[in-house]
Design a protein around this ligand. Structure first.
Ligand SMILES: Cc1cc2nc3c(=O)[nH]c(=O)nc-3n(C[C@H](O)[C@H](O)[C@H](O)COP(=O)(O)OP(=O)(O)OC[C@H]3O[C@@H](n4cnc5c(N)ncnc54)[C@H](O)[C@@H]3O)c2cc1C
Length: 467
């Protein structure tokens, strides 16, 4: 067999790439990881999951201070020091980015800086300030991730037209913000800045916000956002977007067809993420694309022998950090000859860290009906959960979608306090193929939020106690 220097070259150090490289190191594969940016961690760690959740946490704490009177604590004139908030967020990012470097070193993964391009036949060209080198490996993982899509004719800038990158670098809370796009990224930023006191307008072209969620979840989030006094426009269009010098203006066409001129200090464009598959040398390979995303088989193999793809570049799986990581585990196990369990798309948790938070897994009610299931649906409101009341967050509910015949759990949809944490029980139950019956007999500690999960399973049979 031809001797090649590496068993594996991973391109990209996001949650997909760095986790795959570490696992490969654990399996004893000689591994190199190429990253074009000076810091490790990819979108998730540097400009995605982690910094947003750091800000969301501070927004929660801030709200506690603003409404502390409700708890019997008088807090005179609390003041938000946003530069300090940003500094804390940046500190968390840096700590974990350095942590990734340390973990890679411990797994004996060689870190190579530069921009990687596939050359075919297991070769990867890496261009950096110090020159160009060509590496060779038995296997390659493409984990180059994604970047924010822009609306036609717009360019992001640090001051007015923002993507997730620029908005995370703001040094002050804007007075007003228009968010175009109400997927997870859009609603999370809307929720952060609304709670910091920004006047937020959320514009979504589709008929509902968080459109991948169960319809009841979308409806509840929209209701609560409106109750919190956020302006939400669904089925609406934003056009003629211009910078005014002090901010941004646009023409809003509402669902009813009414036109209105809107102005705001900042505009966030959150209309989806395009895969980073251009200019990475795919033309030298047989890798097949589907609208820019890489086609893979259940073991993450592309059509080019020895080349795998994972994470946001992959066609057909949601762009989520934990999906990228698990796809990396599947790819590395497969190439290392270890047991590899392909991703089950029905068991991928989706979490949106708004207030109330969303956690969901499996089929929505509409999807399950469309697939011909006869359903039994259970629903339990957080208003009936004592822990939710103690925490002062009792909006929302848990909805269990199950198959009438065998009690198979088809989907669980949560909106409410810590919804993104609570969904873990449902994911584990589905992975273990527990039935609704099993969950009804599972003891849930009192008083906890996850008791509401138990109640929702009981509600499938009309047997919840506290609602
Ligand atoms: C604002 C925001 C919030 C988010 N919040 C969450 C969340 O809470 N939970 C969640 O699960 N997901 C969240 N996501 C999605 C999550 O960030 C992505 O799904 C995840 O980062 C994808 O991981 P990845 O490894 O595929 O790619 P990425 O994280 O995008 O990493 C790709 C890496 O490859 C590098 N790279 C690209 N091309 C090359 C090249 N040619 N040569 C060398 N290096 C290259 C890039 O520099 C980058 O470091 C969020 C995304 C955003 C934008």
């Amino acid at each position: 067999m031809k001797k090649v220097p590496y068993d594996l070259i991973v391109i990209g150090s996001g949650p997909g790439g760095y986790s795959a490289a570490i696992r490969a190191g654990q399996y004893g594969l000689k591994t190199a990881l190429v990253e074009k940016q000076p810091r490790l961690g990819g979108t998730c760690l540097l400009v995605g999951c982690i910094p947003t959740k750091a800000l969301l946490h501070t927004a929660d704490v801030w709200q506690r201070f603003v409404h502390s009177d409700q708890e019997g604590i008088h807090c005179e004139n609390p003041r938000l020091d946003y530069p300090k908030v940003k500094e804390r967020k940046d500190g968390i990012v840096n700590k974990h980015s350095n942590g990734v470097a340390m973990l890679l070193k411990r797994a004996k993964v060689e870190r190579i800086s530069g921009f990687a391009r596939l050359q075919g036949n297991g070769q990867v060209e890496v261009k950096s300030e110090s020159g160009v080198q060509t590496l060779e490996a038995r296997n390659i993982i493409i984990a180059t991730g994604s970047e924010a899509r822009m609306l036609p004719g717009l360019e992001p800038d640090p001051d007015f037209i923002l993507t997730n990158i620029e908005i995370l670098n703001l040094t002050a809370v804007p007075k007003s913000l228009i968010v175009i796009g109400a997927g997870a990224v859009g609603v999370e930023f809307a929720s952060i800045f609304h709670r910091f006191g920004t006047e937020v307008t959320l514009i979504e072209m589709l008929p509902r916000i968080v459109p991948v969620e169960d319809e009841d979840i979308s409806r509840e989030l929209e209701r609560v956002f409106r109750k919190q006094k956020m302006r939400v426009e669904t089925g609406a269009r934003a056009e003629n977007i211009r910078k005014t010098g002090q901010g941004v203006s646009l023409t809003l066409t509402t669902r009813e067809g009414k036109q209105e001129q809107l102005e705001a200090e900042k505009l966030l464009v959150a209309v989806g993420r395009k895969p980073n598959t251009e200019n990475i040398g795919l033309e030298h390979t047989q890798v097949a694309l589907d609208r820019g995303f890489i086609q893979v088989n259940p073991y993450q193999q592309t059509a080019e022998p020895g080349v795998y793809a994972i994470g946001d570049v992959v066609a057909g799986t949601p762009q989520l950090a934990h999906v990228a990581t698990m796809e990396g585990m599947v790819a590395v196990a497969h190439m290392a000859g270890k047991p590899a369990v392909p991703i089950n798309k029905n068991r991928i948790p989706g979490c949106t860290y708004t207030e109330p938070g969303i956690g969901s897994v499996g089929l929505t009610e509409a999807q399950a009906r469309a697939q011909g299931y006869k359903l039994k649906v259970g629903r339990f409101p957080f208003a009936g959960n004592s822990r939710a009341t103690i925490l002062g967050h009792h909006e929302g509910f848990i909805k269990v979608v199950s198959d009438e015949r065998y009690g198979e759990i088809l989907g669980v949809h949560i909106i409410g306090p810590e919804g993104f944490e609570l969904v873990a029980e449902a994911v584990a139950a589905m992975e273990a193929e527990a039935t609704v019956e099993t969950m009804v007999h599972t003891i849930h500690a009192h008083p906890t939020l996850y008791e509401a999960v138990g109640e929702a399973f009981n509600a499938v049979y009309g047997l919840s106690i506290n609602a």
